[in-house]
Design a protein around this ligand. Sequence first.
Ligand code: NAD
Ligand code: G6P
Ligand code: MN
Length: 441
Amino acid sequence: MKEFSIVIAGGGSTYTPGIVMMLLDNLDRFPIKTLKLYDNDAERQAVLGEAIEIVLKEKAPQIEYLYTTDPEVAFTDVDFCFAHIRTGKFKMRELDEKIPLKHGVVGQETCGPGGIAYGMRSIRDMIELIDFMEKYSPDCWMLNYSNPAAIVAEACRVLRPNSKVLNICDMPVGTLRRMSQIIGLTPKDLEVRYFGLNHFGWWTSVKDKAGNEYLPQIRDYVAEHGYLTQVEVDTQHMDQSWQETHKKAKDLLAVDPRFLPNTYLKYYFYPDYVVEHSNPEYTRANEVINGREKDVFSTARTIIEKGTSKGSEFSIGSHATFIVDLACAIAFNTHERMIMIVENNGAIANFDDDAMVEVPCIVGSDGPEPLAQGKIPEFQRALMYQQVTVEKLVVQAYIEGSYQKLWQALTLSKTVPSAKVAKEILNDLIEANKEYWPELK
Ligand code: NAD
Ligand code: G6P
Ligand code: MN
C-alpha cells in the first residue's frame, strides 16, 4: 500500500495533537511515510513538536518526523497539507470578539464583524500557504480547516481557482454525532441532505442506509432540548458555553420547524440574546486560552518532562476523524459522502452559481462532486444571499483595499444594526488590525 507524506500547517494549533493521534489510530488504512509540522511561531510549535516526537517514537518509530518554520522543508515531497492556522492567534481572536461587543454587537470568531476581521487577516496567509504548497509539491492536496472558512473559501475561489484546496468545517459532523445519539445510531449509519453556507445551513433529511427518515424524530427532540444530549458525545464542543449553544438550537428550529438548523444560526437569528449573554470582559477566546489551550499545552509539557506519553495521552475527537476520512477518500477514491464547502454551480438550484455553499458531496481522487439539493425556500435563500454577499464583499475589499466595500460588508451583516454602528466598529477594527490587514482607502 502506498505510504503518504503529510504536513500539518499550524503545527502549534491546539488541534494538532488530536489529529496526529487520529492518524496513528488509522495507520492500517492510511499508512504514513513522513509527518511534518509547520508553523510561523517556532516557540509555540516546539512545545507540541517535541511532545509529538516522543509519542511517535513510542507508537510509530518508522514514521519520518520533523517540525520546522522553513516552508521549503515543510512543503517539499508531501501528498497532503492539513491546514489549521490562526492568523493573529488568540490575542486577535479576543479583539475580534471584544471590539464588536463594545458597540453592543455580536462578538464571534467567524460570524459578524469578528469573522469579517478574521477573514481580512487570514486571506494573505492562506494564499501564501497555497503558494508554498504548489511551489514545492504541485500534486499536493490542502485540506483546510483554517477559519473563517466561508471567507477563506471565497478568497480561494477568486484568487486561486485551480488550486487543490478543500475547505471544510467540523460543525455538521459534530452535530450529526449528536443527532445519531438522539436516535441511537452512529454517524456512519446515516446519510444526510443539507444546504447552506459555512456556519449557516440546514439539514433537510437524515436517513439510515435503508432509507428510513429520522428527521421528524430528531426534530421532536430538538424542539425540546436542542442538540443537548444526555451523555458525553465528543471531546469538542463540551464547555458550558457550547452546551448553551446546543440548547439554543431549539429556538433556531422554532423559526422554521421543517429543517434542522446549524448551531451558528444563533448569531444571526438571536443577536440580541447573544449580546445580552456575553461578558464583554471574558469571551470565548478567554475560555479557550484557559481551557483547551492550557490543557493541550500542559499535556505536552508533561510528556516532555517525563520523556514518555504513558499516563498522559492527547485526546481525539470527531474534528480529527473528519479530516482523516477526507484524506482517505482522496487517497483511495472511496466516494465517501461528506459535507464540504464548494462552488455552488447548480447544487442548490435557485442559488448563484458562483457562491461558495456547504452541501453533501461524493469525495474521490479528483475531489468533491457536489450532490444536487434542489430548490430551497425563499426565507433561507434570502438569508443566504445576504450572508454570501457579505463574504464576497470582504474578499473584494481585501483585494481592492476598499474601505467602502468593507463598510458595506459590515452594514449588510445581519448582526449589525446600522451603517453608523458598522462604521464605528470598522474604525476600531482597522486600528486593531494594522499589522495584518492591507491598507484600506
Ligand atoms: P491556535 O492558535 O491554537 O493554532 C493556530 C496556529 O497557527 C498557531 O500555532 C499559530 O502560530 C499558527 N499560525 C498562524 N499563522 C500562521 C501562518 N501564516 N503560517 C503557519 N502557521 C501559522 O488555534 P486553534 O484554536 O487550534 O485553531 C486553529 C484553526 O483551526 C483556527 O483557524 C480555527 O478557527 C480553525 N478551526 C476550524 C474548524 C472548522 O470547522 N473549520 C474547527 C476547529 C478549528
Ligand atoms: C466549531 C466550528 C469551528 C470553530 C470552532 C470554535 O468546531 O465548526 O469552525 O473554529 O467550533 O471552537 P472554539 O472551541 O475554539 O470556540
Ligand atoms: Mn467550522
